[in-house]
Design a protein around this ligand. Structure first.
Ligand code: FAD
Ligand code: DLZ
Ligand code: SF4
Length: 511
């Protein structure tokens, strides 16, 4: 008996379930660069290049390990153009009598492979993706019967399950969460950067291919410095643990114009493709804390992002089903402003986040949440358009992780399933946490008038237009009381100027 074993571009892990179930003596691994995957959204060229290069190197590593790999490059004249097409072609070619695959991370591709299984002349077996700490069954069990699915409680379960940062049944350091210590304003200068890798021959070839085929996509392909193999990704992780993790907690929410990465790990691109394993990353951070190299607020804050948030959003994506990315609880219908592509706006914070995204296919969490996400929510942009933007522009974007973060956390389009209140802020939050405002054409201190910061105007207009929904929210009551205490004429001016700003946005005027 011989089988085909599918390995997708974001399944580059030797312990992938389908590989574990296969036999390297008799079975053939199928990997394919296909247009269907490379164009279901217009991915950032750096993301495509990263994946193709990592796929090619993973295929080579499998071959060295004794596997037979049928690998199809994008420009192979026989390329069938899609994952199911490639599987059919390889079935014909090899005469294999079974296909094994691991569940993809997106409903779209799950359905494609289900249809393939119905049409295929041979048995097709699917396995759960075990490269996560929480299984689907465990998440469903945790969610069952709960009124609110709060990440914090899920995270504690995961701490107990893994024993990470636990002292017996108590959290290490005496608290589950040290976030209060993690809200420091930006530092003056940053003394580290993520590890960068010079393109080798494999990467160079892929860069030329991506240049030729995807030049029209948003984003700069070069310079390209991502790790593209597990060994490199491990080195990047070790570099982060030594040089940046100690200060990760303190400056987790800070933003600096000239420091794109601050003390962030820049490993989501590797984790999500399978080059790093989430538990190994958490254990490495825990070990650094145990060795006394990293304070507890940093180790805990970092581990919470992976053990907590990453696992939790995946659980939500699969629990909620395929309509999740289409939700629009606030009925927001505005078109995504053009400056999300061009960076041509006078708002220094937005211009900066967008141009950094174009150059690096990366922005850190607070830039995504409190700059581009915040503006889209305040302005009432259609959440599906926002979702598509995030899926296109970041190298770490796959729907299972991107959609809950965008549709749920950032746009409140799931009606508060994921977050108990919308992440909106006026300019003063951005000013406190960044150095963007000092060079902005708008004045963050101005609440009204020609120089008023758009976040100031839109923040109050957002609260006002969604009063019915949010007034009773215990975390937002204070803001409504502040708004109501303002002078009536001032409120009228704010609303009128906000409407004017939104009108100009609709007309495509520069704002
Ligand atoms: P660090 O800040 O160093 O954090 C360490 C790791 O924790 C990350 O590598 C990531 O694996 C994990 N993590 C942190 N926050 C989250 C989170 N909220 N959800 C899931 N994992 C998290 N992350 C993605 O991996 N892919 C996406 O497509 C994505 N889209 C996002 C869209 C929006 C609107 C927002 C607000 C957040 C999104 N995130 C996404 C989460 C987060 O912004 C990124 O994981 C993080 O910025 C990656 O950079 P880093 O590796 O330097 O992370
Ligand atoms: C994102 C992506 C891209 C750009 N290209 C490919 C590809 O050519 N071949 C492949 O197997 N996978 C690719 N991927 C990743 C898939 O889109 C991903 O597996 C699904 O979105 C599920 O997460
Ligand atoms: Fe952004 Fe307003 Fe600050 Fe300008 S003033 S950078 S628009 S927050």
């Amino acid at each position: 008996m011989s089988r085909l074993v599918l390995v997708l571009g974001d399944q580059l892990s030797p312990d992938l379930t389908a590989l574990q179930k296969a036999d390297r003596e008799t079975d053939t691994v199928v990997m394919a660069e296909v247009m269907a995957e490379a164009s279901y959204v217009a991915h950032h060229p750096k993301k495509i290049a990263f994946l193709f290069a990592a796929m090619r190197k993973f295929a080579d590593a499998l071959r060295k390990d004794g596997w037979t790999v049928a690998y199809t490059p994008l420009d192979d004249p026989d390329n069938a153009g899609s994952i199911d097409g490639e599987l059919m072609r390889r079935l014909d070619e090899t005469g294999a009598d079974e296909v094994l695959y691991t569940q993809p991370g997106e409903w779209r591709l799950i359905r494609v492979l289900e249809d393939f299984a119905s049409a295929a002349p041979v048995k097709v077996r699917r396995f759960e993706d075990r490269r996560f700490i929480c299984t689907h069954a465990e998440f469903e069990q945790w969610a069952e019967g709960r009124k609110a699915l709060r990440m914090e409680y899920f995270y504690r379960e995961m701490r107990r399950k893994t024993g990470l940062l636990m002292e017996g049944d108590k959290p290490a350091g005496g608290a589950w969460n040290f976030d209060k210590e993690n809200r420091k304003p930006p530092p003056h200068g940053v003394d580290t950067a993520p590890m960068q890798f010079t393109p080798d021959e494999t990467v160079d070839k892929v860069l030329d291919l991506v240049d030729a085929k995807f030049a029209q996509n948003f984003g700069a392909l070069r310079p390209f410095w991502f790790a593209t193999a597990r060994g490199q990704a491990r080195r990047a992780l070790a570099h982060f643990i030594t040089h940046a993790l100690p200060r990760f907690g303190d400056f987790q929410d800070a933003m600096l114009r000239d420091e794109k990465f601050l003390y962030h790990a820049v490993i989501s691109v590797y984790l999500n493709a399978g080059l790093l394993d989430p538990l190994e990353v958490c254990r490495a951070a825990e070990d650094a804390w145990k060795a006394g190299d990293v304070p507890i607020n940093a180790a805990e804050g970092f581990i919470r992002q992976i053990l907590g948030w990453r696992e939790y959003v995946r659980g939500i994506y699969f629990l909620e089903g395929e309509d999740y990315p289409r939700r629009n609880a606030l009925n927001h219908q505005r078109k995504l402003p053009d400056f999300y592509w061009s960076a041509e706006t006078d708002m220094a914070c937005v211009a900066h986040a967008v141009s950094q995204t174009r150059d690096e296919a990366y922005a850190h969490h607070i830039q995504r949440l409190m700059i581009t996400g915040n503006f889209a929510l305040l302005a009432g942009v259609n959440p599906h358009a926002v979702h598509e933007w995030y899926l296109e522009v970041y190298a770490d974007a796959y729907e299972w992780v991107e959609a809950p973060n965008t549709v749920g956390m950032s746009q409140f389009a799931d009606g508060g399933l994921l977050g108990s209140k919308p992440y909106v802020s006026s300019g003063s939050y951005i000013d406190r946490m960044s150095d963007y405002c000092k060079d902005c054409r708008y004045k963050v201190k101005d609440k009204t008038g020609p120089d008023a910061c758009p976040f100031n105007l839109l923040y109050w207009q957002f609260l006002d237009r969604h009063r019915e929904r949010f007034e009773g929210n215990h975390r937002m009551g204070n803001m409504y009381r502040t708004w109501d205490r303002m002078d009536a004429d001032h409120r009228k001016t704010v609303l009128a100027e906000a409407e004017d700003l939104l009108d100009r946005l609709s007309k495509g005027d520069r704002i």
